[in-house]
Ligand binder design. Structure first.
Ligand SMILES: C[S@@+](CC[C@H](N)C(=O)[O-])C[C@H]1O[C@@H](n2cnc3c(N)ncnc32)[C@H](O)[C@@H]1O
Length: 267
């Protein structure tokens, strides 16, 4: 599954507005404590063109060293251009997750990733986060809600197909899709969850059209026999200036003992 730099740039301002400020504030407090007198090591999984770093790094009151990981080298090249000096690592998270989160990592973060992964992979992520003793911030996980102003039966039909498509294999085994936030809460009790919905106004034509095209494509892929109803819906939903909410969740898990590693055993 590939994502273009244009798409990631288009969604970035909607992501930034949607992200749960309360969880960022909790993480900022934790970072100030954990990062006192040292440099926080942050690993961004599925970093793409570097939007998560651009948003989050200035909000953490600590010195930070980020590593951006992605399988898509074109997106990583864009990330390197935007964030000179940041460590960039090409890698397959499905195959090499544990190696890509080294001992000494303080924070693992991922934006718009965990709805793509399987339950088994999320289990591996939770186990690695516990083993390393780092914090985990995952943001902008799609949760299955697509709500149009004046929602129609056709909208509901497409939504159901999109959510079926969400559960297909995206390279990690059968994807959790909208079940991902609940799965993470089960794997890491104590995880805080907050709403981070996209609110797309009627005049946001480029975003609406991009989403409608992508949802129509997903629906046609999963139900090719319904192509004759999907195409008229695509034209209608693209052209009509309706407000739209797309449901997302942000989640934060902090390790139970957040003593900086360098101080463990001291005294
Ligand atoms: C929806 S994009 C999000 C990108 C970025 N985090 C953001 O918020 O702008 C998902 C990202 O996950 C990456 N990805 C998907 N499967 C991957 C895998 N198996 N290994 C590494 N990266 C992967 C994609 O290349 C893409 O950059």
């Amino acid at each position: 599954m590939s994502f273009s730099t244009d798409w990631l740039a288009l969604r970035a301002p909607f992501d930034a507005t949607a992200r749960a400020a309360a969880l960022e504030a909790r993480l900022a407090d934790w970072s100030a404590r954990r990062g006192a007198g040292r440099v926080l090591s942050v690993v961004d999984l599925g970093a793409g063109s570097g939007n998560n770093l651009a948003h989050l790094a200035p909000r953490l009151p600590a010195k930070q060293r980020w590593t951006l990981i992605d399988a898509d080298t074109a997106l990583l090249a864009e990330a390197a251009r935007r964030h000179p000096g940041v460590e960039i690592r090409a890698g397959d998270l499905a195959a090499d997750l544990e190696r890509l989160i080294p001992e000494g990592t303080d924070l693992v973060t991922a934006s718009a990733l965990i709805d793509l992964v399987s339950g088994a992979w999320l289990d591996r992520l939770a186990a690695r986060v516990r083993a390393v003793g780092c914090a985990l911030l995952v943001v902008l996980t799609y949760d299955g809600r697509i709500a149009w102003e004046s929602d129609t039966a056709a909208d509901a039909g497409i939504r159901a197909l999109v959510n079926r498509h969400q559960r297909g294999d995206k390279g990690f085994g059968p994807a959790l899709g909208p079940d991902a936030p609940a799965a993470l809460r089960n794997l890491l009790p104590g995880t805080e969850t907050a709403v981070s919905d996209w609110e797309i106004g009627p005049a946001e034509t480029a975003m609406r059209t991009a989403l409608v095209d992508s949802w129509a494509g997903a629906a046609a892929e999963i139900a090719p026999e319904r192509a004759e109803t999907i195409e008229p819906w695509r034209r209608f939903a693209s052209d009509q200036p309706r407000a739209l909410t797309v449901g997302h969740a942000d989640q934060l898990w902090l390790p139970p003992f957040d003593t900086p590693r360098g101080q463990l055993g001291a005294g």
